[in-house]
Design a protein around this ligand. Sequence first.
Ligand code: SF4
Length: 261
Amino acid sequence: MLDRPVPSIAVLPAALAEGGWDGPFLVVVQTPQEFSRWLGDRSPGLKGIQVHGLLGNPEVWALAAQGTGQTPLDVILSDPATEFSALYRLVDVRLVRPIGVTIPARPGLLKALRLAASLQLWVRLLPGQPDAQALGELDEAMQFYLHDSMVQAPVEFFHSLLATFRGLSGGTLWDFLEEDPALFSHRGAAGQLVQPTDWVKTHLADLVEQGAECATCRWQPVCAGYFKSPDPTYDCGGVKDLLAGLEAAAQEITRDLAGQS
Ligand code: SF4
């Protein structure tokens, strides 16, 4: 996963990044030309490349498998059910540069996760506001993450939540998923902020003020209202079960380790 930015990192459309940027940034590429341009960039501020819509282009990945590089590539999937089989294209790229995939919680998530893990790619699962089917796949994904020896690279958001539940780190889902504008400030074409940097704080405060269940939710310290966006009426019953399952696993690991020592 990309290094945690301190204090923040800008997420820039490729055309905007062409003008230079003062400070650390990720660049979003959507065409083979943009990909090729930024793959070879050595700007000290460039911390990663987010790749949208190019997984199906074999020429892009043949190019990425040539030479070596340290700039992490984050390959963003939009429809895991149809795209997962193309993840094989990344196998040679992984040998020469850091690379991972971002997978939305949609049908096909589990297939994409299994294949990504077998290729030893790091993974960022974006839960959004999962429906019943996506919740089922997320639960299976969590069991796979916890129990399958094939998983060697981090799978977010499970990885950071598990560490948090074990008292080894802190933060919220917004941080773990690189969706907190205070840490990852997405910019529009003209360089303007897409969301204010205090958006998460304001969002949670609004929910609490409006009497949403977040006010008394035991998961608020790690969730901060994540599952109430964009729809503040989303029913959190399923995701609370998911969080409880991960917390129970963390407690079991801690007990096992204490027993061994
Ligand atoms: S799990 Fe749901 S109710 Fe609890 S803090 Fe998160 S969004 Fe709010």
